[in-house]
Design a protein around this ligand. Structure first.
Ligand code: NAP
Length: 297
């Protein structure tokens, strides 16, 4: 074991926690683990990790970051209940909402701990695999991030997105929300073609993946429009044209006996913006239609 590497204390050995643990061990970090169900530590102990019997004991013995990868924010609260957190560096990789992350940061501060929140943009097989494209978003205590950056980069890329402890969760959930819309689109597309005579599903999948990859770059144009306030900036495919095209998408769905409800809410949003007289814009104007500024505060 290379003892010059930062020692890691990890709470939680579910699918993701175990993947992180194996990656830190493989990178030569001394590792101490705790899991509510103790037997999940056995394979790691066989590879050189230390295991302790309670979360409080794990925190007390930690000489480096204490990483949490538990089911949800409630499990973080219950696992750390009674642990002495004073002077400790907490890195919470448990998925939660931005509000939960901010509350948890205050909770840690009240107990004398430093706090960094994280959002894991990867599935377990991507952890410890540099080529996979997986990464972890971090926000909160920037000095803590810098101090442990090398250790945090061992399992996956590490991207610090700012001092607000809620921002890693906000970015994480925004990315997952975009993915959800993409999955809805993929589902609809397969509903159109699946079962059709002479359609090769794997060939179609290759076309679909390539097309979605090519279209994903439109996020950059949308960001530029939102930042400039000019929603016609760089527009090549305007809303009026797209809205007219939506009729073809819906008619085709009906011809294929496919339910249109995965598409129509977004199409209605586009139509509303056109009806407001903004058919020459790109999609940026639809963003504001979704937000209730009074409720956001
Ligand atoms: N798996 C993924 O693809 C993925 C991807 C990105 C982010 N994440 C996030 O990573 C976190 C862990 O996910 P996972 O896949 O490892 O989940 P998992 O396999 O279901 O494991 C859950 C972990 O939380 C522990 N736990 C649950 N309730 C607890 C409690 N009340 N007190 C103490 N420990 C408790 C479990 O302990 P026991 O073993 O004793 O049940 C286990 O260690 C989640 O927040 C998840 O959203 C997962």
């Amino acid at each position: 074991m290379n003892t010059s590497k930062t020692p890691i204390t990890l709470l939680g050995l579910g699918d993701m926690g175990a993947a992180l643990a194996h990656a830190w061990l493989a990178a030569g970090h001394p590792l101490t683990v705790w899991n509510r169900t103790p037997h999940k530590a056995e394979a790691l102990v066989a590879k050189g990790a230390g295991a302790v019997g309670s979360a409080a004991e794990a925190v007390a013995s930690a000489a480096g970051p204490v990483v949490l990868c538990l089911l949800d924010d409630d499990s973080v609260g219950s696992a750390l209940d009674g642990a002495d957190l004073a002077g400790k560096d907490l890195v919470n990789l448990t998925t939660g909402t931005p509000a939960q992350a901010r509350k948890r940061a205050l909770w840690a501060e009240e107990r004398g701990a430093r706090f960094l929140d994280g959002g894991i943009m990867a599935v377990p097989p991507m952890i410890g695999n540099r080529e996979s494209g997986g990464y972890i978003l971090y926000s909160g205590d920037g000095a803590l991030f810098e101090r442990h950056r090398e250790a945090l980069e061992a399992p996956a890329g590490a991207d610090y997105v700012g001092a607000d402890p809620g921002h890693a969760a906000l970015y994480d959930i925004a990315l997952l929300s975009a993915m959800t819309g993409m999955f809805a689109g993929i589902t609809h597309a397969f509903a159109l073609v699946h079962g059709e005579k002479d359609v090769d599903g794997s060939r179609f999948a290759a076309l679909l993946a390539g097309w979605l990859g090519a279209m994903a770059g439109s996020a950059h144009g949308l960001a530029a429009q939102l930042e400039s306030g000019d929603y016609t900036l760089g527009v090549h495919s305007n809303l009026a044209m797209m809205t007219a095209g939506n009729d073809t998408l819906l008619t085709t769905a009906r011809e294929q006996a496919v339910d249109t409800r995965l598409l129509t809410p977004f199409m209605e949003l586009m139509s509303r913006r056109v009806a407001q007289g903004h058919g020459d814009e790109g999609l940026a104007g639809t963003v504001g239609l979704l937000v209730d500024p009074a409720a956001r505060g």
